[in-house]
Design a protein around this ligand. Structure first.
Ligand code: UD1
Length: 416
């Protein structure tokens, strides 16, 4: 089993190029099922989750070729299955994103319940409610779900919560539906905007992405296109925190700063120097005062940055707080940080971090993807050596992570 070893490292210095966004690439790969012509995707991150989605598409009969490390060519003309492979679905929750496109293209879809990061119960009721509202019949059998319809019809769908995945699945299903679909209380994440931009290039009529009301006017068919995936705002945020936690001087390149405003704001509030220019952000020096964060749907503070900020908050003298409102069970990394000497207490959805106390290296476990990143960050400032196990979680979402950290001066290696 592979592990990552991180030793106390000098302040990080240098620059790092951010990869394409995992959470934009996954729905866009799924959306390629909707057309029958050639699709070329650029800046697709080379990650485990992307590999799984490629395998999902291939098992459905799509032709998917990686023509370069970050370039993928897809043709879904020969799509011949509506059933998503059980094992793949279990490995990654986002595999569920093919359900909307399959329903739109073939009129039926069947899948087991999705797996993925263990952060709360993560139901899919909103996705299914959306399909049902579009006219699909949903059937539950043991741990399988199937949806079928003669033809999908546009309607108004109000989401009880602005779920990212549900918004994406419904948009994709609605692209080939009859008439107009309006999603109210839709998620506003930049990855939704990227999906909508991609679908528009394919000929779909989608407007309002990035706002809470998204309108989709169904078309008969979609065509091929070339699309470049947006930079990964969570990877960018992680490296910004790496600069700050180590009190270093790090330039993060290929970043859209408007996508990570809350991260920038909170670093500045903690006393870190942040300079923004075109597609770069420079983070200088460490933080000096405590902060409070509260995760929210976009444009609020991203839940996917909560764990990394907890590590950062251990360096901010005084009482820091973090409130998690998006997922009900996303503090599993706290127990691991406590093994490293962090003074953190959790009550319900609130963590209180007494910062300014030194951390020490320990054997810890990456309990989910972002928790893994948080432990690497903590390991860089902890006395001695930190050994991180279950790093498959980290590989699901960070491209060349050790290499990127090493280039900035971190002492990090992967061992068997
Ligand atoms: C996506 C991101 C993930 C991020 C999350 C929130 C991808 C591949 N993953 O996940 O990295 O942490 O957004 O920003 O893009 N919910 C329901 N019913 C549903 C769907 C969701 O109750 O049908 C709840 C979930 O349990 C959770 C909340 O809504 O508490 C947010 O989930 P959602 O926005 O759907 O996240 P994902 O799309 O799974």
């Amino acid at each position: 089993m592979e592990k990552i070893i991180v030793k106390k490292s000098p302040a990080l210095r240098g620059s790092v190029r951010i990869s394409g966004s995992k959470n934009a690439a996954l729905p866009i790969l799924a959306a390629s099922i909707l057309g029958t012509e050639d699709i070329v995707l650029e800046d697709v991150p080379n990650l485990k989750d992307v590999e799984i989605m490629i395998e999902v598409l291939q098992k459905l009969g799509c032709s998917v070729k990686k023509t370069d490390e970050n370039k993928v060519e897809i043709n879904s003309k020969n799509l011949n299955s509506y059933e998503t492979d059980y094992e793949l679905m279990n490995k990654m929750r986002a595999s569920f994103l093919v359900m909307g496109p399959l329903l739109a293209r073939l009129g039926k879809t069947k899948s087991s319940l999705p797996g993925g990061c263990n952060i709360g119960s993560r139901p899919i009721d909103l996705h299914l409610k959306g399909f049902e509202a579009l006219g699909a019949q949903i059937k539950y059998e043991a741990d399988e779900i199937s949806a079928s319809c003669d033809n999908l019809k546009g309607t108004v769908i109000y989401l009880d919560f602005p779920s990212v995945g549900a918004t994406e699945n419904i948009i994709m299903a609605a692209t080939l539906a009859e008439g107009e679909t309006v999603i109210e209380n839709a998620a506003k994440e930049p990855e939704i905007v990227d999906l909508a931009n991609f679908l528009r290039k394919m000929g779909a009529k989608v407007s309002g992405a990035g706002t809470s009301t998204i309108t989709i006017r169904g078309v008969k068919e979609l065509k091929g296109c070339t699309h470049q995936i947006i930079p990964d705002r969570i990877e960018a945020g992680t490296f910004m925190v790496a600069g700050a936690i180590s009190g270093g001087d790090v330039v993060v390149k290929n970043v859209i700063s408007s996508h990570i405003k809350p991260v920038i704001a909170k670093l500045i509030e903690a006393g870190v120097e942040v300079e923004e220019s075109d597609d770069e952000i420079r983070v200088k020096g460490g933080g000096v005062c405590p902060i409070n964060i509260k995760t929210l749907p976009y444009p609020g503070f991203p839940t996917d940055m909560q764990a990394q900020f907890l590590s950062f908050m251990t360096t901010l003298p005084g009482e820091n707080t973090a409130i998690e409102t998006v997922f009900e069970n996303r503090f599993m990394h706290v127990a691991e940080l406590q093994k490293m000497g962090a003074d953190i207490s959790v009550s319900d959805r609130k963590a209180v971090i007494q910062g300014g106390k030194p951390l020490k290296g320990a054997c810890v476990r990456a309990t989910d993807l972002r928790a893994g990143a948080a432990l690497i960050l903590a390991g860089m400032i902890a006395e001695g050596e930190t050994e991180i196990s279950d790093i498959f979680h980290i590989d699901r979402g960070y491209e060349n992570i050790e290499e990127k950290f090493r280039n900035l001066g971190a002492i990090i290696e992967r061992i068997q």
